[in-house]
Structure formats: C-alpha cells, structure tokens
Design a protein around this ligand. Structure first.
Ligand SMILES: Nc1ncnc2c1ncn2[C@@H]1O[C@H](COP(=O)(O)OP(=O)(O)O)[C@@H](O)[C@H]1O
Ligand SMILES: [Mg+2]
Length: 247
C-alpha cells in the first residue's frame, strides 16, 4: 500500500497514524435547520460526540433522524447553523470555501449509498478521479488505482465500467476511490443501503478491514442493525438528538 513513497510523497502519508483513541472529529453542540420561520426543519438539535482515531464509528438512527445532515456537516459539505465541528484540531468554521474544498479532497473520502461512480469511466479511472483533482501524474495514479482495486478484491475488474459490475462490486470501487488520496477520515452514508444483506455485510467487513490495514478512521451512517456489531462504537441519533454517544 505504501510503496509509492519514493515516487510521489504527496499522495501517500508518510507518518503512521496510530489508532490511539484520540478524537479526530469533535462535534460540539451542533444545531442545523433547513429553512426558517414556522416552516423550518430542525434536523439537528444540539449534537455532541467524538469520533476516535483509528476506529469505525457507526451512526445509527431511523430515516429522518438527521444522519445525512450530520455527515454532510462533518464532511464540510454544509455549514451548521450552530455549534462547532473540528477535524484533527481544525475548526471547520475557520475554513473558507477553497479551504473546505481542499479538506474534502485531501483529508476525507466519501462513500454514498448510490455508489456515485462515473458510468463512462472504468473502475480504475473512477478510483483515479480524486487523484486527478490533486494533479497526481497518470502513471502513479494508475498504479495506485490498481493497488487499491486489489485491496478491495477487484484486481481483475480494473477495466470494467460500473454498468458491468454488480452493486457490491461498485461499492468496493467506491471504497477504493475513497482511499485514493489516503484520507484521515472516510465518511460513508448508508453504504449498504442498496445492497442485499449478504453483500452489504461483505462491504461492511471490507470497511472494517480497511480501518486496520490503511490506518483510516471511518464514520458510517446505517440503520441496519446487522451491521452495527462490526463497529467499534455506536452513536445513536433520534429526532436530531444523540441518545447514545457510544462512549
Ligand atoms: N435539504 C433539506 N431541506 C429541508 N429539509 C431537509 C433537507 N435535508 C434533510 N431535511 C430534513 O431533515 C431531517 C433529517 O434528515 P436526514 O439528515 O436526511 O436524515 P437521515 O439521513 O437520518 O434519514 C428530516 O426531517 C429531513 O426531512
Ligand atoms: Mg440519510
């Protein structure tokens, strides 16, 4: 995994991130509303919790409980209407739009329920997209894409397009893509929501394995009770409030 160091230090972390249990994400009294006045939807009503480095944290809660809203805020895709979120000591409120863009590109990998692959690109090219955004040279990009596809069990599928892959395989490509820029944090929003339970479980097991082998931290929203057991910590949201911090 880490054998590109000599060629392209910028694409591969040189420091080993230990899962020392220190918080990488701190969410402090976060509120978020959509709209204003009597029509306002108060999606988050004072949420506080931490994601510890090197752990897989599951965010559990029924549909509408605020999981996606919270993940979008932690990922810098939206700005909370109240409270504070820090990633590795950086207060997201201190970043301007280019700063947030760089944070999302360089520090965070995203995995979505609907895979979000580009249909006209091969699996390897899809994995390469985040590296293109960072202007990683093509040769290094292709090599790392192949390494990551092998890691997720798709070494023989690098040239296939998403339409030629099963849902489970597409989500594995998405996991490889999320790892492309060697992020500190992977945010996954119901990554098994479109998969049958067996395939879903194997994708969760992949995420579980990746936490260890790639020294990455994962925050995953799911309402699938069968997947919760694979998490190191479970945080439960109900109607925009945390009912269990998993501490
Ligand atoms: N863009 C939006 N505009 C208005 N309301 C929204 C928007 N996004 C989410 N909501 C509302 O916020 C609440 C939480 O939604 P969401 O975070 O998507 O929950 P979950 O991911 O747990 O299903 C819901 O009541 C939802 O309808
Ligand atoms: Mg959601």
């Amino acid at each position: 995994m880490r054998d590109h160091q000599e060629q392209e230090p910028a694409t591969v972390a040189t420091a080993v991130r230990e899962g020392d249990g220190s918080p990488i994400v701190v969410v402090d009294d976060v509120h978020h509303s959509f709209g204003s006045g009597p029509q306002a939807v108060h999606a988050l009503r004072g949420v506080s919790f931490e994601v510890r480095r090197g752990e897989l944290t599951a965010l559990r809660g029924r549909s509408g409980s605020g999981k996606t809203t919270l993940l979008n805020l932690v990922g810098g895709l939206d700005t909370p209407t109240g409270g504070r979120i820090t990633l590795d000591g950086t207060d997201l409120a201190d970043l301007d739009e280019p700063g947030l863009l760089a944070l999302r590109r360089d520090r965070i990998g995203f995995v979505f329920q609907s895979f979000g692959l580009i249909p006209v690109l091969t699996a390897a090219e899809n994995v390469g997209v985040p590296m293109r955004l960072r202007r990683v040279p093509a040769r290094i990009r292709e090599e790392r894409a192949r390494t990551l596809l092998a890691l997720v069990g798709l070494a023989d599928h690098a040239e296939q397009r998403p339409g030629e892959l099963s849902g489970g395989q597409q989500q594995r490509v998405a996991v490889a893509r999320a790892l492309a820029n060697d992020p500190d944090l992977i945010i996954a929003d119901e990554p098994t929501g479109q998969l049958d339970s067996e395939t879903g479980r194997s994708v969760m097991e992949l995420l579980r394995a990746v936490v260890r082998s790639e020294s990455v931290t994962i925050l995953v929203a799911t309402h699938d009770p069968n997947l919760i057991e694979l998490a190191d910590r479970v945080v439960e949201l109900r109607d925009g409030r945390i009912v269990d911090t998993g501490a």
